[in-house]
Design a protein around this ligand. Structure first.
Ligand SMILES: *Cc1c(COP(=O)(O)O)cnc(C)c1O
Length: 234
């Protein structure tokens, strides 16, 4: 049951924060609803949940439309192509997956069209898995410096996806790496850049991520259950 799962995760967030001397209010819990139908999302909203993550632009648009009257903040966490940025600017609270200057440039363009600013995170590949998206650690500082030049794109931190392995401890060095990069960039005191957020930790490894300083955890299966297989391509 979704309400129970949400409560369960909040309890684990509290316990992990207590163990590490952190304030649970510093950890934003995104319910990742990709692959689940709108009625499941509605159950989570009715249980009081407000922050949701989606990975696919088309699916996000459908849910956003149907749930437009609901008090929900949407976060875009999936790989993003420049030509789809226009569908997100103005309807998402944050884009977690900026991994190129081209993408940031298009976000700037769309933000100008809509006369708004867009909060983004830079996605970093902290594992060797070639399937992973994001920029390499060596590319992060130059990319953040470049994005800082776009006045309507507000860099608010970094995002990463841990390794897909059964042992959550294997993710710890990746999360630690992200935190170190955050500290390094923070020390540069770039204008138009804050390093407020570390978006890291999923169903299997969010406790480790919180121990390593995560401020946004992205939880799908532990909230909604096993995801149905994705039909076709987007
Ligand atoms: C699917 C996904 C999640 C949630 O994963 P779970 O293992 O279901 O919790 C989090 N972050 C990203 C980027 C995802 O694609």
């Amino acid at each position: 049951m979704i309400a129970q799962s949400l409560q369960n995760i909040h309890e684990q967030i509290r316990a992990t924060c207590q163990k590490t001397g952190r304030n649970p209010a510093e950890v934003l819990f995104l319910a990742v609803s990709k692959g689940f139908p709108v009625d499941r999302v509605k159950l989570a909203i009715d249980a009081g949940h407000r922050d949701f993550g989606e990975n696919y632009v088309q699916e996000f648009r459908e849910k956003h439309k149907i749930l437009s009257a609901e008090p929900v903040r949407w976060h875009f966490i999936g790989h993003l192509q420049s030509n789809k940025v226009k569908f997100l600017v103005g309807s998402t609270a944050m884009i977690h997956s900026v991994d190129s200057i081209r993408l940031a440039e298009e976000i700037q363009r769309q933000a100008m069209v809509r006369n708004c600013t867009v909060e983004v995170l830079v996605e970093v590949r902290t594992t060797d898995e070639s399937t992973k998206t994001g920029v390499s650690p060596a590319e992060v500082v130059p990319l953040v410096r470049d994005i800082a030049g776009f006045d309507r794109v507000q860099v608010n931190g970094l995002m990463t996806i841990g390794p897909f392995v059964p042992n959550p401890e294997a993710a710890r060095p990746c999360f630690r790496k992200l935190r170190e990069l955050r500290d390094e960039i923070d020390a540069l005191k770039l204008s138009n850049v804050t390093m407020r957020h570390l978006s890291m930790g999923m169903s299997g490894d969010f406790r480790i991520a919180i121990e390593e300083g995560s401020t946004i955890i992205r939880i799908g299966t532990a909230v909604f259950g096993t995801r149905p297989p994705r039909p076709g391509r987007e």
